[in-house]
Write a protein that binds this ligand. Sequence first.
Ligand code: DC
Length: 210
Amino acid sequence: MVEIITIDGPASVGKSTLAKRISKYYKSPLLNSGRLYRAIALQIKDKKININDRKNIIKAAKLLTADDLNSKKLFSHEIDSIASKISVRKYLRDVLGIYQKKFPEKYASGKKFAIIEGRDIGTEIFPNAKYKIFLWADAKIRAKRRYEQIIKKGEKAQLKQIYSKIIARDYMDLNRIIAPLKPAANSVLLDTSYLDIEQAFGVIKNLLKR
Ligand code: DC
């Protein structure tokens, strides 16, 4: 039977890098649930859907396909901002929750694990998952990592601005009423402030062996 691994944590903590590493190593499928919110944000932008148009947002969410999750346009400041605003709507979370809950049976049959990363995966989406990981890292360190990623790509960035954006996103994720970011009961807390990706992956490998 496929076992579910949930990975939750704040923005820029390295969830997707770590989740990708696990997915590759165990040849198991991965869902980055943030991409679902981003894909809807992109449609709101491109199709000029009003951000309060509940009917068309639900329609877009119901029609979402795996291909929509691979667009390069999902990552920009504008999409960050729209995704963050719409992710507090319960009606949207409910529809996208169905997509997430169906992911293991649809994409992981015959595989060892199904990996799903986000904010509320261990608390709301898969409360009975066998492995729940909650990642954390100091906000200053997260900002520095993000800054270095952008510079490495040859783009311009300001560390101070990235830091204040991270703090603002943390505030929204941690304090929203619906599905706030918090460690799930019986999750493993992993602070990666002073760990690199291979060290963090080593900890996870030991956890998955148990
Ligand atoms: O992880 P990310 O930065 O790609 O997420 C994009 C947005 O979606 C972010 O504002 C948080 C939100 N999100 C959420 O509310 N619940 C999830 N399970 C995943 C992401």
